[in-house]
Structure formats: structure tokens, C-alpha cells
Design a binder for this molecule. Structure first.
Ligand code: 5GP
Length: 116
């Protein structure tokens, strides 16, 4: 059984966060340490640790991440200029929080995909 992270508390609104969207499948909130003018995390409400744990039964919720990313990008006015979606997995991927999440980054040119 995977251990809950701070994101479960955010989803249940037990701790404060800047939630920009929530429905029965996913929650989106602003990153506490934004790397770009728009930096939103979009997470399934159900706890999945990372991409290694994804199952066919998660497809609806994980598909919703993209629908919501598209909506938020439009709402933030960054859809035309563009943005980047990132999902980190485990140590080499730079994952810090073990509740699968999609980063929506935009609001300025982002440069190359990898810095090293
Ligand atoms: P990862 O490296 O796991 O892909 O990204 C985790 C992200 O979660 C980081 O960008 C970090 O700033 C963000 N984060 C960690 N703890 C919190 C928190 O308590 N609230 C919010 N809003 N973001 C958090």
C-alpha cells in the first residue's frame, strides 16, 4: 500500500493550497515553489505513486490530466504561446513527491528540454 503524501491532504483540502481546478477525478493547484510564471500541478485524486504503478484502470483519471492541463493553459492565457507538461518518475527523473503529478509550466520561453 503506497504511503500518502502532502498531496492527499491538499486534495482533501485539509491543508491550504491554491487550488485552481477540482473534480471527481483530479485536482490542480499552484506549485508552492513556482519555476515559471504559471506552474500548476495536476494530480489524480487517487494515490498512484508514479508512472511505474499506472494500471489500465487509471486511464480515465490520467487522461483527465491532459483535458485539465488544456483548460488551465487556456484560462492562464498561455495556450497560444505554448507551455510544457512534465511527469517525473523516481530518482533519475527528479521525483520528489510520490503521488503522480503533471507539471504545467509556462508564461515565458522555457529553453531546451534538459539543462544537462
Ligand atoms: P516532483 O519533483 O516530485 O516532480 O515535483 C514536486 C513538486 O511539488 C515540486 O515542484 C514542489 O515545489 C511541489 N510541492 C512540494 N510540496 C508542496 C506543497 O506542500 N504544496 C504545493 N503546492 N506544492 C508542493
Amino acid at each position: 500500500m503506497a504511503e500518502e503524501t502532502i498531496f492527499s491532504k491538499i486534495i482533501r483540502r485539509e491543508i491550504p493550497s491554491d487550488i485552481v481546478y477540482q473534480d471527481e477525478l483530479v485536482t490542480a493547484f499552484r506549485d508552492i515553489s513556482p519555476r515559471t510564471p504559471t506552474h500548476v500541478l495536476i494530480v489524480p485524486n487517487v494515490l498512484i505513486q508514479n508512472v511505474n504503478d499506472v494500471l489500465p484502470e487509471h486511464e480515465q483519471a490520467l487522461g483527465r490530466l491532459f483535458t485539465v492541463a488544456s483548460k488551465i493553459a487556456r484560462d492562464e492565457g498561455i495556450d497560444e504561446d505554448g507551455y510544457r507538461l512534465i511527469v517525473n518518475c523516481n530518482r533519475h527523473g527528479g521525483q520528489e513527491v510520490y503521488h503522480i503529478h503533471m507539471h504545467l509550466l509556462g508564461g515565458r520561453p522555457l529553453g531546451p528540454l534538459l539543462s544537462d
